[in-house]
Design a protein around this ligand. Structure first.
Ligand code: CP3
Length: 346
């Protein structure tokens, strides 16, 4: 136990293993919940929804109330950053995000940070409102996309399978690519500082497409920009822990942990959890890594998968989570079962 810290997830992030691991789930708020769909139906579009504090507060709290998870994650989206930099971002029903792609210097120069703080101010109101409503043992996690993952959307203009334009820019126009990454490092740092100042107690950097980075570019695209953000946040707020989630980073995981300075690493379901934990530098916790498909399936096979992870990680600083986000068709009852199994209440 670390003295003076009451929330289990903060204990783990300060290096202290818990009797039972704290649990929260990536995408724990979202379309698989009927109460989410009911609120979402009233909103004009997804960005407006994220930027309306009353709605975002309510949606952030929904999974806390329903399941008793140990942490709330701010309801927002990684693509609010390009939106606040003036890039056109739209969420097309059934197709996912669409952005006006940035492929040259002229498009990059059109990004504009003069309204960045103002546009994102409602997110800070959401954080304040959530903090005021959360039970005392539940922590609030703020987040942002890591520069590489946000850049993939900004350059491709949409989610994609292999990020051809983005990789091509990183290889062929390294200076242009570096300028975009630099803009994102600065914007993300100021956004996360504001989240901490509004009341976020933990931060997670989502690098969901880290697995698409060619190995020789992993340092410039993933490790160095993440390290700069972590360093800037630590300099101002040394006690706010940061979780990095470089999904599908495979063989880079240990190096990522050692060189970015994060306090914990999110592990995807393709990676051996115990192997990842053993490879961490001293004091770095791990989080993960149940296959979201197992949560979708439910039943005895899910129970076994959950208990296997809990038993394997006993005695280590560990946070239970999925290997990626909750899938949309997941029955909420399966989530309730998962949480009660991890919490030893089943
Ligand atoms: O985890 C949570 O519950 C908090 C909220 C949250 C959302 N997006 C809400 C959301 C978080 C942490 C994110 C992060 C995010 N957004 C990531 C990183 C995590 C991951 O899944 O890899 C990424 C890549 C995005 C970008 C994004 N946002 C995509 C690709 C989509 C479309 C997906 C789809 O299924 O349509 C979104 C939209 C989005 N973000 C939804 C939610 C609840 C669905 C929007 C809706 O209600 O219409």
């Amino acid at each position: 136990m670390v003295a003076g810290i009451e929330k289990p997830i903060l204990q783990v992030l300060h290096g202290a293993a818990q009797q039972r691991p704290p649990v929260w789930l990536m995408r724990q708020a979202g379309r698989y919940l009927p109460e989410y769909r009911a609120l979402r139906a009233n909103a004009k579009n997804f960005i407006e929804f994220c930027l309306t504090p009353d709605l975002a507060i309510e949606v952030t709290l929904q999974p806390v109330r329903r399941f008793g998870v140990d942490a709330a994650i701010l309801f927002a989206d990684i693509l609010l950053v390009p939106h606040a930099l003036g890039q056109t971002v739209a969420f097309v029903e059934g197709e996912g995000p669409r952005l006006e792609p940035i492929r040259d210097a002229a498009a990059l120069d059109r990004l504009d940070d003069t309204r960045f703080t103002t546009i994102l101010a409602p997110v800070m109101e959401t954080i304040k409102g959530v903090r005021a409503a959360l039970p005392s043992e539940v922590a609030l996690i703020g987040f942002a996309g890591a520069p590489w993952t946000v850049a993939t959307y900004m350059i491709e203009g949409q989610g994609g399978s292999d990020y051809e334009h983005c990789r091509a820019m990183a290889w062929r126009e390294p200076e242009l690519f570096a300028r975009l990454i630099d803009r994102l490092v600065d914007a993300t740092t100021s956004y996360l500082l504001a989240q901490i100042e509004a009341g976020a107690e933990v931060l997670q950097l989502f690098d969901s497409w880290a697995g698409a980075v060619p190995a020789p570019l992993f340092d410039v695209a993933v490790i160095a920009p993440t390290a700069r953000i972590v360093k800037a946040l630590n300099a101002r707020h040394p006690h706010i822990p940061i979780i990095g989630f470089p999904r599908a980073a495979g063989s880079h995981l240990a190096c990522y942990a050692a060189r970015t300075g994060v306090d914990a690493v999110g592990v995807d379901h393709m990676t051996d959890l115990l192997g990842a934990a053993d490879a961490m530098p001293k004091g770095v916790a791990v989080q993960g890594n149940l296959d979201p498909v197992l949560l979708l399936s439910g039943g005895a096979v899910m129970d076994r998968g959950v208990l296997h992870i809990v038993e394997t990680m006993a005695g280590r600083p560990f946070i239970f989570n999925l290997g990626h986000g909750v899938m949309q068709p997941t029955p909420p009852e399966h989530v309730a079962r998962l949480v009660s199994l991890v919490q030893g209440k089943a």
